[in-house]
Design a protein around this ligand. Structure first.
Ligand SMILES: [Zn+2]
Ligand SMILES: [Zn+2]
Length: 170
């Protein structure tokens, strides 16, 4: 799956084309759209981030999306990451690139019709995170059960910070 195939499926490719036409000189529009179109979309299992744009200095690598979100939220996340790709691909080569959610990214976000906000944590994602938590240790002093996504390393010693008791790994 690529940005173009996924955006077409979500009826968002026209919106992306229009944003690029709106923001760039005509002669560079096609080149950027061609590079953007083939950026792979991969599934992310992260429970704290909805999406991430992976890139090197020169090239986009991929967009990773957490697919466990509502269609509405997934589309917003796709456009948020597409704004990062456009920001990356449209900057002047010799200019120092402002990474993250700077002015140029915000202008792309507005052109793509999304709010120029940082990727926030959604309620759905918080729920997903909670349901993945497993009990991993019990405090020997107060009985507190520690829940995490990953198990603790059994060879390490862990202390329950709020009471000072030893955590026994499960
Ligand atoms: Zn972002
Ligand atoms: Zn304790």
């Amino acid at each position: 799956m690529t940005v173009k195939s996924f955006a077409l499926e979500q009826n968002l490719w026209c919106r992306i084309e229009n944003a690029v036409k709106q923001r760039l000189e005509e002669k560079v529009v096609d080149a950027l759209l061609q590079r953007l179109a083939v950026v792979p979309i991969k599934s992310s299992r992260a429970t704290r981030t909805l999406g991430i744009y992976v890139f090197t200095a020169e090239e986009p690598v991929c967009i990773r999306l957490q697919f466990a979100q509502s269609t509405e939220s997934l589309q917003q996340t796709l456009l948020h990451e597409v704004a990062h790709v456009c920001d990356h691909l449209s900057h002047q080569p010799k200019k120092v690139q402002r990474r993250g959610h700077g002015r140029n990214w915000q202008a792309w976000a507005v052109a793509l019709g999304i709010l120029p906000l940082r990727c926030g944590e959604s309620a759905e994602l918080a729920q997903l995170h909670r349901t993945r938590l497993k009990p991993v240790a019990v405090c020997q002093k107060c009985g507190f059960v520690l829940r995490r996504i990953r198990r603790l390393n059994r060879r390490d010693d862990y202390i329950h910070s709020s009471c000072g008791g030893r955590l026994k790994t499960l």
